[in-house]
Design a protein around this ligand. Structure first.
Ligand code: PMP
Length: 461
């Protein structure tokens, strides 16, 4: 969270200190484990993302089941983070565990297709509407593959993204607009990439800026989520998708819709729910129930154009080029078996209905507290996902988020959540439901949010 200096910050800082001290006292095993981890991991844990928790250090997970995690110190958490979406099927979903164990016993990775892949390919086309698919090991990799294909078929270099986006470790997308200037998001290192040569960035929902940016005809693709979920949720304005599709078609720019998070909207993602027509559809994280996976689907037209450049050929014709996409483990038998279990038994219409009902319950509970206390905050809900933001209105763009974000309040709220047995994604205040989330889980959150409001009120913030 980008902490801002605003009135009340010193008071809030003191409250954060208090919550972190409480957290340290009540989580001695995790604290000791974190100290030990720092000796062997570059940033304390196996992945640097694991250090970002507001308690000051992460809890160490002992086990997880459904919507709950138990840590090393024996605390129970209702998990609304769900691995930042990778756990959206719930932890240890039975169908996935069964399928994965069965496949592990038959071989995890062979660089050969299995019969399950036939079912999965047909289901992906049926669900999401695009005819041809490729599997990868992560959503990042799927985005990289999609961008590569867009460049191959258009002969152009640039990737256009919206300020405040996140699409994984995709170099081209690490840009943002801050104070009217284009720079690196989160001051991330440019990594030797000349972003002025490979990226364009405009504000989300800004049709005129999009039109101007695509007019020169040097953009291979627009890469976007259907609505933004990684910078606080930024809803999409009426008519934006229509304009985006029309302008990208007119300028022969490939439209890549990244549904890695918005797949929480329903069985066919936001795309199916709202009739979007992406040229390339990307998803990942949740689709194999927590086993690493990503995928992208392409339209018939994209496939035809690609096949002209890299045709299907008999392997004896050695000139068949490799595409520079994915890796040895992509589409492995284990991942595919898990994907089948997810698509067949977990991410079903019935389970989505439960997840969405619980997200609505959470959003309504939070809105009741906000209204009763006349707080200038709001809640956005989209499908099985909800977000609380400390502004009266939803942002329309990344610029709005930058101008109004209350990093201090977010950190305090997150530190309190950690102490009260609630996990939310550490990057902003977003809640995701899984099929196992219950109304009781949601109500635990509503109670804690009520306590947060009392805490800041008593402190005079
Ligand atoms: N796309 C979107 C929209 C994401 O939110 C993320 C991860 N937060 C990614 C892609 C990258 O996913 P992964 O880290 O699994 O590669």
């Amino acid at each position: 969270a980008a902490a801002k200096t605003k009135p009340g910050t010193a008071v809030i800082d003191a409250l954060i200190d208090r919550e972190q001290e409480r957290f340290l006292k009540t989580h001695p095993r995790s604290a000791a484990a974190w100290a030990e981890g720092k000796q062997h991991f570059l940033y304390g844990g196996p992945s640097h993302w694991m250090r970002r928790w507001a308690g000051g250090f992460p809890v160490y997970a002992a086990e997880a089941s459904g919507a709950h995690i138990r840590d090393m110190d024996g605390h129970d958490y209702v998990d609304f983070c769900l691995g930042d979406t990778g756990g959206m099927c719930g932890h240890a979903p039975e169908a996935v565990t069964r399928a994965a164990v069965r496949q592990l016993e038959r071989g995890a990775t062979m660089m050969l297709p299995t019969e399950n892949s036939l079912w999965v390919g047909a289901e992906l086309s049926r669900r999401f509407g695009l005819p041809y698919w490729t599997l990868t090991t992560s959503a990042t990799d799927a985005n990289r593959g999609a961008i590569r294909i867009a460049r191959m078929i258009t002969g152009r270099n640039k990737v256009l993204v919206f300020s405040g986006c996140y699409h994984g470790g995709v170099e081209e997308a690490h840009v943002e607009i801050r104070d009217g200037r284009i720079g690196m998001r989160n001051m991330i290192h440019p990594n030797g990439v000349d972003h002025s040569a490979v990226s364009k960035v405009v504000e989300f929902n800004d049709i005129e800026a999009l039109e101007r940016a695509l007019a020169p005809g040097d953009v291979a693709c627009v890469l976007t989520e259907p609505l933004m979920t990684n910078f606080g949720m930024i809803p999409v304005a009426d008519g934006f998708h229509r304009a985006l599709r029309e302008i990208t078609r007119r300028t022969d720019t490939v439209l890549i819709i990244d549904e890695t998070h918005t797949i929480s909207c329903g069985p066919g993602g936001y795309t199916r729910l709202h009739g979007l027509e992406p040229d390339i559809f990307v998803a990942g994280k949740a689709i194999a129930g927590g086993i690493p996976a990503g995928m992208f689907g392409v339209s018939q037209e994209v496939a035809n154009r690609l096949w002209k450049i890299v045709p299907h050929v008999n392997p004896r014709e050695r000139q068949s080029a490799h595409l520079g996409i994915g890796g040895t483990l992509a589409g492995n038998a284990l991942t595919v078996a898990a994907m089948r279990a997810v698509l067949e038994e977990v991410l079903t219409p019935q389970n989505y209905a439960t997840m969405i009902a619980n997200a609505s319950r959470l959003a309504e509970g939070a809105r009741r507290i906000i209204e009763a206390n006349r707080l200038p905050w709001h809640v956005t809900q989209i499908g099985a996902r909800a977000e609380i933001m400390f502004t009266p209105e939803p942002p329309r763009s990344g610029a709005d988020v930058i101008a109004t974000r209350r990093g201090d309040l977010e950190t305090l709220l997150h530190a309190l959540y950690m102490n009260e047995g609630i996990l939310v994604t550490p990057f902003h205040t977003m809640f995701l439901m899984c099929p196992a989330t219950t109304a009781e889980d949601v109500d635990r959150h509503t109670n804690v949010l009520g306590r947060f409001v009392e805490l800041v009120r008593d402190a005079g913030v």
